[in-house]
Design a protein around this ligand. Sequence first.
Ligand code: GLP
Length: 260
Amino acid sequence: MKVLILPDAAVAADRVAGLIASYLAQDQDPVLGLATGETMRPVYARIVALHQAGRADFSQATSFNLDEYVGVAPDHPASFAAFMRQALFDHVNIDPARAHLPRGDAPDPVAEAARYEAAIDAAGGIGLQVLGIGQNGHIAFNEPTSSLGSRTRVKTLTEATRLANAPAFAPQPVPRHAITMGIATILDARSCVLLATGASKAQAVARMIEGPLGADCPATALQLHPAATVVLDEHAARDLKLRNYYETVHPSGAEVRLGC
Ligand code: GLP
């Protein structure tokens, strides 16, 4: 796992946006896995700016978002589909027909989850998966005790996650279920980049990077991924025990230079 510690949240978001833009430029047929959440807003704002500057081209891109609430249609203002249109899709040259999210309003959510997993496969799999992390260590909506071998499926949300996402739905309650890529689906991506900022994520981040692999913290599954990068700000890095090592390998989040 590559651990990059950046001085603040804005610089960390810039770094992730830069990684996405580089991936778009390198891959002739880019397939992005995308995340929602407040952490991602500055990343998408930066990508939109890069796009406007001619440095992020989505013309050949396909995207698959991680998750969507069950029972929530794409035109619902609290849907992840609405989040993505507002934060990114409406501002870049991605073909809307190739910007995929699970359909939260599908009549059969179980079948929709299976269809979504198959669609990722049919697109050739995800080249770069972008991730955030929940305070309880979830990635996408893979709550603690999710199977590390899970595929896209319907998952029951924890009360803590529903509380964290309450502002988007208020005064309505947050749905109890979501369709989410599974942990094995995420691990199939050829590379992953996870962004965490702020002290509220520090414990989950330390557990993800340095703790034992375990279903109580689904993000620890990234320890199994051969090409996972974790981008942190100072606050999210606060509880890391091996901080000196990460700073030695990547001073101020810089790339490795081999040699003397
Ligand atoms: C939600 C999303 C996750 C996201 C997490 C953290 O639960 N399903 O993909 O990583 O929230 O969100 P935030 O960035 O708002 O803390």
